[in-house]
Design a protein around this ligand. Structure first.
Ligand SMILES: C/C(=C\CNc1ncnc2c1ncn2[C@@H]1O[C@H](COP(=O)(O)O)[C@@H](O)[C@H]1O)CO
Length: 237
């Protein structure tokens, strides 16, 4: 079987120790209040490192995309175009689409940010990050993506990518973030999901039909970058 599944891992991470203690050893439960200090320090480090980043767009997508996949090239190209449009590029700092976007941003001479997370199977920051921060906790890192970017561009991916998409959509739907475009690159890849949202989720009344407008889907990376630029404060178009 391809890939790595956390349940088969013996090494633990701070995230796992915090979250995965159901019915478990009281020792961990008693240390959780103290863990708050460590979590706090992650927020402080992240806020400090990213405070002067300027306009930025996060680019997401599969950690498993290989460099010969056409979406890897698209990830590079869209990141380079974001840099040329005046944005820094933020990714999860890992392999696959993250590496593609960091490569595109780095080679275009832009800020190429990697927000890495401690995983049982370490991959570390890719070689194209020029501002890297490592996090122990997924939820701290996720705050940084939303707080320090003005929109998300999303290439094909799996659970991690879907989590990032739906977090942004939930925050936009509930008004926690405004003017926050989410553009999915790869019309064919995403069509099934968008069809399902329309045919089932809207139909059952679980989202409003207007909530679909929070998502754009295109194969045109120039359009994706334009959507990001047009959503910026002060943009006249
Ligand atoms: C799978 C492998 C390494 C994983 N390394 C990661 N490093 C950093 N960020 C990651 C990693 N894996 C997932 N993420 C986050 O989720 C998104 C991709 O998840 P998906 O399930 O692959 O779609 C990505 O945007 C990251 O934020 C070894 O190859």
């Amino acid at each position: 079987m391809a890939g790595t599944t956390a349940k088969h891992q013996s090494s633990s991470t701070d995230d796992q120790e915090l979250l995965d203690s159901r019915g478990g050893e009281p020792g961990w439960i008693h240390t959780d209040p103290w863990r708050v200090l460590r979590i706090q320090s992650e927020f402080v480090n992240g806020f400090g490192a990213l405070a002067d980043l300027g306009p930025a767009i996060s680019v997401f997508g599969s950690a498993r995309t290989s460099s010969d996949d056409p979406f890897f090239k698209l990830g590079e190209e869209v990141a380079a175009k974001l840099v040329n449009a005046g944005f820094a590029v933020i990714t999860g700092g890992g392999p696959g689409i993250m590496e593609a976007a960091n490569k595109g941003a780095y080679e275009a001479g832009g800020r190429s940010v990697g927000l890495d997370v401690e995983l049982p199977y370490e991959s570390g920051l890719n070689d194209f990050v020029n501002l890297g921060i490592s996090f122990r906790y997924f939820f701290v890192r996720k705050t940084m993506f939303v707080k320090y970017s003005q929109g998300f561009i999303v290439l094909p991916g799996g659970y991690g990518t879907l989590d990032e998409v739906f977090e942004a959509l939930t925050l936009a739907q509930t008004g926690k973030v405004t003017a926050f475009p989410v553009v999915l690159i790869g019309v064919d890849y995403w069509a099934g999901l968008i069809d399902w949202l329309r045919a089932r989720v809207v139909k059952h009344g679980n989202i409003a039909v207007e909530d679909l407008d929070l998502i754009a889907s295109t194969d045109d990376i120039d359009l994706a970058v334009k959507i990001m630029s047009d959503a910026q404060p002060g943009c006249a178009s």
